[in-house]
Design a protein around this ligand. Sequence first.
Ligand SMILES: Nc1ncnc2c1ncn2[C@@H]1O[C@H](COP(=O)(O)OP(=O)(O)OP(=O)(O)O)[C@@H](O)[C@H]1O
Ligand SMILES: Cc1ncsc1CCO
Length: 534
Amino acid sequence: MAPPRADYSVYLVTARSQVPAGVDYLDALRAALKGGVTLVQIREKDVETDEFLDIARKSLEVCDEFKVPMLINDNLSVALALAPHVGLHIGQSDLPVSQARALLGPDRLLGISVHSVEQARDARTSGADYAGVGPIYGTQSKAGIVDDDVLGARQAAQIIEALDGLPAVLIGGLNQQTAARALFGASSPTAAPAGIAVISAIMARKDTEVAASELAEQVAAFKASRAEQSAEQLRAAFGAGSSTDVKALVERSALLLSSLRNGSPPLIQTLTSHVSSTLSANVTLALGGSPIMSAQEAEADDLGKVTGAVVLNIGTIGAESRRGMKAVGSAANRGRKPVVLDPVGVGASAFRKAAVNEIMDHTQITLLKGNAAELSAIAGLSEVTSRGVDSGAGSLSDPIGLVSSLARRERCLVLLSGKTDYLSDGARTLACENGHALLGAITGSGCALGVAIATGLAAANSAGEAQKSTMVKAQPDDLIAGALMGLLCMTIASELAAARPEVRGPGTFIAALLDALAAMDAETLVQHAKVRLV
Ligand SMILES: Nc1ncnc2c1ncn2[C@@H]1O[C@H](COP(=O)(O)OP(=O)(O)OP(=O)(O)O)[C@@H](O)[C@H]1O
Ligand SMILES: Cc1ncsc1CCO
């Protein structure tokens, strides 16, 4: 394992073309270094060697003032022409790292771009000091389809593990909005990125120093939280709490219902299908939350400051709501608010699959909820296939294995809905037998369940202190109890509603369901809950 030879925290790649009009490039570089940039790479694509050398020399004077290492992109002769402490960064199609190392000697910093696990395995013994891993995120094309070569934070985690200790810098689409999720998502219990590389997030801003310091703060917070976690805690599945006392968890969920009813209603921001929007908003209200159904990217940051939890439901997702989901999810992560993902019909089309992948790469999900077909599709199983947005009678041979492995893989709670609902945090799995078949006879009951769960998670989160290892405030036992609260309210209310004499079918059932939800209290919840540890 190569020792780190530099501080890779905030790695600036320069681009003179991005500096705003009226701002001098060298002034911008100086401000960026003042703000906390720890490493600088000079990238000049379409210039003659003389000009490259000239700009590199001037940049080096500024970097030397701050004692921050500088590297040259791609051009060995420029690097060699400069002082012996100037390094080189090369891509996969440039000269081999071993040759570059031989020509540069042992002392100059040398980096390589890596885009796959295979390249990562080669890089670790190549003589490079670090690897640039990316592109983590890309730019969306007009059709709303993500670039094919974008890795995403979760795939980057596998590459970083394969680097086996060689420092990794994340690069591609990183900025003040995306950095926190990228760092967390690209980490695993045994490996984490050493920093982030940015271009426009610093170079294109007029307040260069502020831009750099915002990023430096985010990286420092990430590193501090990892340093504070014991190896044991990092190995433990996300959210793995201590309690396996089901009775206590159910009682905890009943308490959360009472606190929800007695406190000020949390704002539940739901991005959902036009099919289930009204039912979901009414379910939120009946439980004691305050619904807002907005998928607008433009108001994501403002709403993110006041929401209690968010729901990302892809039921009728389009280009606009897809952008909205990225922005809302990212704002929720930054504010440590719970995020429920409802990947409606994800197995039905490549478009839905890509949208879900994109959401999960941009947002750390708190709870992933789906029926058998949806969760099978996400897990990559072909056991239950999907022909639409409703589950039908999908049966899985190993539902417990599915939810617990998905929970560990995605570091979130997972709820598999159906006749029996399974809720897992990767370490514990609960089975819930409550619910009535009439729920399956109305459209959007699964969507409304997601919203009920988000309301429960909001109640749990408002009681919590910031957790270091995760992207919500609630403690693990509270989080699972919050999810259980939403699930039990919905399923028990469906039983009580179906038993009403006036209920004769799906239509009358919807009205009675809302009434039963509004009347639900802690005592009823505890009395009717049919939950066991499996
Ligand atoms: N046969 C059943 N018996 C009891 N409860 C059921 C039954 N079918 C569904 N449910 C309940 O209905 C709720 C929604 O789950 P379901 O799996 O039907 O969602 P879905 O397929 O995503 O629905 P939709 O697409 O209509 O929103 C769950 O809480 C589940 O417990
Ligand atoms: C019917 C339907 N179509 C897209 S979303 C939805 C609601 C069930 O999820």
